[in-house]
Design a binder for this molecule. Structure first.
Ligand code: SAM
Length: 340
């Protein structure tokens, strides 16, 4: 057990060297001492500000299909869930939403879906090409899961810049339990292929998965470092009532923020979203204060957002995309940040 003084010194060391052992990370994650935690957050924010200043990057996400071939046990759109209506946006609808988001000022468009193979290499490639032709400076991020290397290569040639594919948990046994028929090895292989193709690769994981320990979370953070990820989506696990994990406990928000802050200390230049899962639990300001630098806003129409229910969340759609972005910029300004 490290005492308060040792933990405070450890935070200084981590902020300076960007290194820590799994044992040191677990010790900090388990710490409930408010003085230590406040110091952790202040150092993480200082590291974030040294790299990105007060800037917060705002991205638009289009969830274009909730059809999925996977059976991930935590996810509300997994193929076993018979209680949702499935949708698949035609290419024209995806493009209409992307153009509207670009016109509203978003600089990054994230295209996300379940693992829906009916969107072929060529179909998605054409969508990417059209978005890049409409706005060459806008970054296109894909998040469509595990696909053949040739698909990733084609989409890169079409202009895709980034790819989000989280490792979800670095613990092999837990990974296999949660992802029937899938392996962590395959997931990491996809990540490496994407990096070799020149994508900025984003990974990430959930906090509070049933059976997860502090040691596993420490390994999650170290895996991000080992893979040299450009982005890391880290959010609390939220049980979905139509999954086999319906009765499990929610991931802890305070712990998630500690994970974010430690990740910021160890990976100073990584993009860290204040994830939607964290935001729906009311934690956006805290996540920003713990070193997050990205916010994703939904550009998916409300009726489809309700169907893209990976975990339960309220969907209110009172504003246009432009208004939504403007409101966020104003809110960020009031917190002392600059939304860009
Ligand atoms: N199919 C793509 C893939 O596999 O990368 C992208 C879509 S997947 C639905 C998006 C992310 O949602 C996953 O990476 C996972 O971390 C998150 N997610 C799914 N179910 C969740 C839950 N119950 N609580 C919190 N996050 C969840």
């Amino acid at each position: 057990m490290l005492d308060r003084q040792q933990l405070l010194s450890l935070i200084d060391e981590m902020a300076a060297s960007h290194k820590a052992s799994a044992g040191q990370i677990s010790a900090l994650l388990s710490c409930e001492d408010e003085e230590v935690i406040n110091y952790l957050f202040s150092q993480a924010l200082a590291v974030k500000e040294a790299v990105f200043g007060r800037d917060i990057y705002i991205r638009a996400i289009i969830e274009f299909s909730n059809v999925c071939r996977c059976a991930c046990r935590y996810c509300g759109i997994n193929r076993e869930n018979q209680n949702i209506i499935r949708y698949q946006m035609p290419a024209g609808e995806i493009l209409g939403l992307a153009y509207a988001a670009i016109d509203a000022g978003y600089q990054t468009i994230v295209l996300q879906s379940g693992e829906d193979l009916s969107y072929t290499r060529e179909m998605l490639g054409a969508v990417i090409r059209k978005i890049k032709a409409y706005a060459p400076a806008v970054a296109v991020t894909l998040s469509v899961g595990e696909r053949p290397y040739g698909d990733y290569a084609h989409w890169r040639v079409c202009g895709a810049d980034r790819y989000l594919i989280k490792h979800e948990t670095a613990d092999v046994a837990l990974y296999e339990k949660l992802h029937p028929g899938h392996s962590l090895e395959k997931r990491l292989d996809c990540q490496q292929h994407l990096q070799a193709l020149g994508y900025e690769m984003g990974s990430g994981f959930m906090v509070g998965l049933p059976g997860q320990t502090m040691e596993m979370l420490a390994e999650d953070i170290l895996l991000l470092q080992k893979m040299q990820v450009a982005m890391a989506g880290i959010g609390p696990f939220i049980p979905h009532p139509d999954t086999s994990l319906a009765g499990a406990a929610k991931g802890d928000i305070a712990l998630t923020n500690r994970v974010l802050a430690i990740t910021r200390l160890l990976l100073p230049t990584v993009h860290l979203p204040a994830t939607t899962a964290l935001t729906v639990q009311g934690g956006r300001a805290e996540a920003l204060a713990a070193g997050a630098d990205v916010i994703m806003q939904k550009a998916t129409p409300a009726e489809k957002q309700r169907l893209y229910e990976i975990y339960p969340r309220p969907v209110k759609e009172e504003y246009s995309l432009k208004e939504k972005r403007q409101l966020l910029v104003t809110q960020l300004k009031s917190l002392g940040y600059m939304g860009i």
